[in-house]
Design a protein around this ligand. Structure first.
Ligand code: ADP
Ligand code: MG
Length: 239
Protein backbone atom coordinates (compact mmCIF):
# COMPACT_ATOMS: atom_id res chain seq x y z
CA UNK A 1 0.00 0.00 0.00
CA UNK A 2 1.42 3.33 -1.10
CA UNK A 3 1.35 5.89 1.67
CA UNK A 4 2.39 9.50 1.34
CA UNK A 5 3.68 10.35 4.77
CA UNK A 6 4.75 13.94 4.35
CA UNK A 7 3.32 17.00 2.75
CA UNK A 8 5.16 18.04 -0.37
CA UNK A 9 8.14 20.05 0.72
CA UNK A 10 11.40 20.77 -1.05
CA UNK A 11 13.74 18.03 0.12
CA UNK A 12 16.85 20.06 -0.75
CA UNK A 13 16.12 22.61 2.00
CA UNK A 14 16.75 21.58 5.63
CA UNK A 15 13.44 20.94 7.39
CA UNK A 16 13.71 23.79 9.89
CA UNK A 17 14.00 26.41 7.17
CA UNK A 18 11.06 25.41 4.99
CA UNK A 19 8.41 28.10 4.93
CA UNK A 20 5.56 27.30 7.32
CA UNK A 21 2.95 25.28 5.43
CA UNK A 22 -0.43 26.92 4.87
CA UNK A 23 -3.38 25.95 7.09
CA UNK A 24 -5.56 23.12 5.87
CA UNK A 25 -9.28 23.45 5.25
CA UNK A 26 -10.14 19.78 5.54
CA UNK A 27 -8.68 16.62 7.08
CA UNK A 28 -8.47 15.32 3.51
CA UNK A 29 -5.83 17.96 2.64
CA UNK A 30 -2.96 16.18 4.37
CA UNK A 31 -2.40 12.83 2.66
CA UNK A 32 -3.05 11.07 5.95
CA UNK A 33 -2.92 7.28 6.11
CA UNK A 34 -6.30 5.81 5.07
CA UNK A 35 -6.74 4.13 8.48
CA UNK A 36 -6.28 7.44 10.28
CA UNK A 37 -8.81 9.12 7.95
CA UNK A 38 -11.29 6.37 8.69
CA UNK A 39 -10.74 6.71 12.44
CA UNK A 40 -11.13 10.50 12.31
CA UNK A 41 -14.53 10.02 10.68
CA UNK A 42 -15.47 7.26 13.14
CA UNK A 43 -14.52 9.60 16.01
CA UNK A 44 -16.99 12.12 14.62
CA UNK A 45 -14.60 14.87 13.60
CA UNK A 46 -15.66 16.35 10.26
CA UNK A 47 -13.90 19.73 10.19
CA UNK A 48 -10.57 20.71 11.76
CA UNK A 49 -10.68 23.36 14.47
CA UNK A 50 -8.53 26.47 14.01
CA UNK A 51 -5.57 25.13 16.02
CA UNK A 52 -5.80 21.84 14.12
CA UNK A 53 -5.97 23.58 10.73
CA UNK A 54 -2.84 25.56 11.54
CA UNK A 55 -0.81 23.03 13.52
CA UNK A 56 -1.32 19.77 11.68
CA UNK A 57 0.39 20.75 8.39
CA UNK A 58 3.30 22.23 10.37
CA UNK A 59 3.70 19.08 12.45
CA UNK A 60 3.49 16.90 9.34
CA UNK A 61 6.14 18.99 7.57
CA UNK A 62 8.67 18.11 10.27
CA UNK A 63 8.97 21.63 11.71
CA UNK A 64 9.03 22.35 15.43
CA UNK A 65 5.91 24.06 16.69
CA UNK A 66 5.10 26.47 19.50
CA UNK A 67 1.33 26.33 19.88
CA UNK A 68 -0.59 28.72 22.03
CA UNK A 69 -4.27 28.04 22.39
CA UNK A 70 -6.92 28.14 25.07
CA UNK A 71 -8.47 25.05 26.62
CA UNK A 72 -11.12 23.37 24.49
CA UNK A 73 -9.63 24.44 21.17
CA UNK A 74 -8.82 20.90 20.06
CA UNK A 75 -5.10 20.67 20.74
CA UNK A 76 -5.14 16.93 21.42
CA UNK A 77 -6.02 15.90 17.88
CA UNK A 78 -3.76 18.68 16.55
CA UNK A 79 -0.75 16.70 17.78
CA UNK A 80 -1.99 13.10 18.08
CA UNK A 81 -2.89 12.74 14.40
CA UNK A 82 0.49 13.99 13.04
CA UNK A 83 2.25 11.94 15.74
CA UNK A 84 0.59 8.70 14.61
CA UNK A 85 1.33 9.52 10.97
CA UNK A 86 4.97 10.20 11.94
CA UNK A 87 5.25 6.80 13.64
CA UNK A 88 4.00 5.05 10.52
CA UNK A 89 7.01 6.40 8.63
CA UNK A 90 9.47 4.78 11.08
CA UNK A 91 10.78 1.19 11.08
CA UNK A 92 8.42 -1.11 13.01
CA UNK A 93 8.74 -1.50 16.79
CA UNK A 94 10.07 -4.76 18.15
CA UNK A 95 10.14 -6.22 21.64
CA UNK A 96 12.60 -4.29 23.81
CA UNK A 97 12.60 -1.21 21.58
CA UNK A 98 12.08 2.22 23.10
CA UNK A 99 9.14 4.33 21.86
CA UNK A 100 9.13 6.47 18.69
CA UNK A 101 7.08 9.28 20.16
CA UNK A 102 6.54 10.73 23.62
CA UNK A 103 3.84 13.01 25.01
CA UNK A 104 4.41 14.64 28.39
CA UNK A 105 1.35 16.06 30.14
CA UNK A 106 0.94 17.56 33.62
CA UNK A 107 -1.65 15.24 35.17
CA UNK A 108 -2.84 11.67 35.11
CA UNK A 109 -6.31 12.75 33.91
CA UNK A 110 -4.86 14.72 31.00
CA UNK A 111 -2.58 11.85 30.03
CA UNK A 112 -5.58 9.51 30.06
CA UNK A 113 -7.53 11.85 27.76
CA UNK A 114 -4.60 12.04 25.37
CA UNK A 115 -4.12 8.26 25.39
CA UNK A 116 -7.83 7.84 24.59
CA UNK A 117 -7.46 10.10 21.58
CA UNK A 118 -4.28 8.34 20.39
CA UNK A 119 -6.12 5.02 20.63
CA UNK A 120 -9.14 6.46 18.81
CA UNK A 121 -7.06 7.62 15.85
CA UNK A 122 -4.97 4.42 15.67
CA UNK A 123 -7.72 1.87 16.26
CA UNK A 124 -7.73 0.62 12.65
CA UNK A 125 -3.95 0.26 12.46
CA UNK A 126 -2.49 -3.22 12.94
CA UNK A 127 -0.30 -3.71 16.01
CA UNK A 128 0.01 -0.02 16.80
CA UNK A 129 0.70 0.14 20.52
CA UNK A 130 0.47 3.00 22.98
CA UNK A 131 1.40 2.96 26.66
CA UNK A 132 0.22 5.28 29.38
CA UNK A 133 2.71 5.93 32.13
CA UNK A 134 1.33 7.91 35.07
CA UNK A 135 1.64 7.92 38.84
CA UNK A 136 -0.85 6.27 41.15
CA UNK A 137 -1.18 3.14 39.05
CA UNK A 138 0.67 -0.19 38.93
CA UNK A 139 4.27 0.39 37.91
CA UNK A 140 5.04 -3.26 37.05
CA UNK A 141 2.20 -3.45 34.52
CA UNK A 142 3.56 -0.28 32.93
CA UNK A 143 7.03 -1.85 32.92
CA UNK A 144 5.91 -4.94 31.00
CA UNK A 145 3.97 -2.81 28.53
CA UNK A 146 7.01 -0.60 27.92
CA UNK A 147 9.37 -3.55 27.59
CA UNK A 148 7.10 -5.22 25.04
CA UNK A 149 7.74 -2.24 22.77
CA UNK A 150 5.30 0.57 21.99
CA UNK A 151 5.03 3.23 19.31
CA UNK A 152 3.87 6.00 21.60
CA UNK A 153 4.19 6.73 25.31
CA UNK A 154 1.86 9.22 26.96
CA UNK A 155 3.24 10.11 30.37
CA UNK A 156 3.44 12.42 33.31
CA UNK A 157 7.05 13.58 33.72
CA UNK A 158 7.76 12.11 37.17
CA UNK A 159 6.65 8.58 36.40
CA UNK A 160 8.33 8.61 32.99
CA UNK A 161 11.68 9.50 34.59
CA UNK A 162 11.17 6.68 37.14
CA UNK A 163 10.86 4.19 34.26
CA UNK A 164 13.89 5.66 32.47
CA UNK A 165 15.98 5.35 35.64
CA UNK A 166 14.84 1.75 36.13
CA UNK A 167 15.84 0.94 32.56
CA UNK A 168 12.27 0.02 31.60
CA UNK A 169 12.30 2.29 28.57
CA UNK A 170 14.71 4.52 26.68
CA UNK A 171 14.90 7.75 24.75
CA UNK A 172 17.09 6.23 22.04
CA UNK A 173 14.44 5.93 19.30
CA UNK A 174 12.31 8.96 20.11
CA UNK A 175 11.98 11.31 17.14
CA UNK A 176 8.74 13.11 18.03
CA UNK A 177 8.06 14.85 21.36
CA UNK A 178 5.02 16.76 22.56
CA UNK A 179 4.98 18.93 25.67
CA UNK A 180 1.27 19.45 26.32
CA UNK A 181 0.06 22.13 28.73
CA UNK A 182 3.67 23.10 29.24
CA UNK A 183 2.74 26.07 31.44
CA UNK A 184 0.93 23.77 33.88
CA UNK A 185 3.85 21.33 33.87
CA UNK A 186 6.16 24.17 34.93
CA UNK A 187 3.66 25.37 37.56
CA UNK A 188 3.66 21.85 38.98
CA UNK A 189 7.45 21.81 39.27
CA UNK A 190 8.21 19.41 36.42
CA UNK A 191 10.88 21.59 34.81
CA UNK A 192 13.81 19.35 35.95
CA UNK A 193 12.11 16.24 34.54
CA UNK A 194 11.31 18.00 31.26
CA UNK A 195 14.91 19.15 30.93
CA UNK A 196 16.20 15.66 31.76
CA UNK A 197 14.19 14.28 28.84
CA UNK A 198 14.87 17.09 26.35
CA UNK A 199 18.63 17.07 26.99
CA UNK A 200 18.97 13.35 26.39
CA UNK A 201 16.90 12.91 23.24
CA UNK A 202 18.51 11.71 20.02
CA UNK A 203 19.85 14.64 18.01
CA UNK A 204 17.28 14.25 15.24
CA UNK A 205 13.85 14.83 16.70
CA UNK A 206 10.85 17.10 16.26
CA UNK A 207 9.27 18.96 19.17
CA UNK A 208 5.78 20.40 19.59
CA UNK A 209 5.15 22.58 22.62
CA UNK A 210 1.60 23.57 23.55
CA UNK A 211 0.72 26.04 26.25
CA UNK A 212 -2.38 28.01 27.18
CA UNK A 213 -0.24 30.93 28.32
CA UNK A 214 3.17 32.19 27.17
CA UNK A 215 5.03 33.35 30.29
CA UNK A 216 8.76 34.07 30.00
CA UNK A 217 9.58 30.59 31.39
CA UNK A 218 7.82 28.97 28.42
CA UNK A 219 9.58 31.30 25.96
CA UNK A 220 12.88 30.28 27.55
CA UNK A 221 12.07 26.59 27.36
CA UNK A 222 11.11 27.00 23.70
CA UNK A 223 14.25 29.02 23.02
CA UNK A 224 16.36 26.25 24.50
CA UNK A 225 14.74 23.14 23.08
CA UNK A 226 12.86 24.08 19.91
CA UNK A 227 14.58 24.70 16.58
CA UNK A 228 13.22 27.67 14.65
CA UNK A 229 9.64 26.80 15.65
CA UNK A 230 6.56 27.84 13.74
CA UNK A 231 4.36 29.82 16.12
CA UNK A 232 0.66 29.12 16.07
CA UNK A 233 -1.70 31.16 18.17
CA UNK A 234 -5.43 30.78 18.60
CA UNK A 235 -7.68 33.04 20.63
CA UNK A 236 -6.65 35.50 23.30
CA UNK A 237 -3.55 34.34 25.06
CA UNK A 238 -2.08 36.09 28.07
CA UNK A 239 1.48 35.98 29.29
P1 ADP B 1 -7.71 21.26 24.30
O1 ADP B 1 -6.65 20.21 24.48
O2 ADP B 1 -7.29 22.37 23.40
O3 ADP B 1 -8.26 21.76 25.60
P2 ADP B 1 -9.32 19.06 23.34
O4 ADP B 1 -8.39 18.43 22.39
O5 ADP B 1 -9.48 18.40 24.66
O6 ADP B 1 -8.95 20.60 23.55
O7 ADP B 1 -10.73 19.21 22.60
C1 ADP B 1 -11.82 19.85 23.23
C2 ADP B 1 -13.12 19.17 22.80
O8 ADP B 1 -13.37 19.39 21.42
C3 ADP B 1 -13.09 17.65 22.97
O9 ADP B 1 -14.35 17.22 23.43
C4 ADP B 1 -12.84 17.15 21.57
O10 ADP B 1 -13.35 15.84 21.37
C5 ADP B 1 -13.55 18.18 20.72
N1 ADP B 1 -12.95 18.31 19.37
C6 ADP B 1 -11.65 18.52 19.09
N2 ADP B 1 -11.44 18.64 17.77
C7 ADP B 1 -12.65 18.49 17.18
C8 ADP B 1 -13.09 18.50 15.81
N3 ADP B 1 -12.24 18.70 14.79
N4 ADP B 1 -14.40 18.32 15.58
C9 ADP B 1 -15.25 18.13 16.60
N5 ADP B 1 -14.92 18.10 17.91
C10 ADP B 1 -13.62 18.29 18.20
MG1 MG C 1 -5.52 19.55 26.04
Amino acid sequence: EEVCLRLNVDATVPPDSHPAPAPIESFTDMNLHASIMKDIAFHGYTTPTSIQAQSMPVALSGRDLLGCAETGSGKTAAFTIPMIQHCLAQPPIRRGDGPLALVLAPTRELAQQIEKEVKAFSRSLDSFRTAIVVGGTNISEQRSELRAGVNIVVATPGRFIDHLQQGNTSLSRISFVVLDEADRMLDMGFEPQIREVMQNLPKKHQTLLFSATMPVEIEELAQEYLTNPVRVKVGKVSS
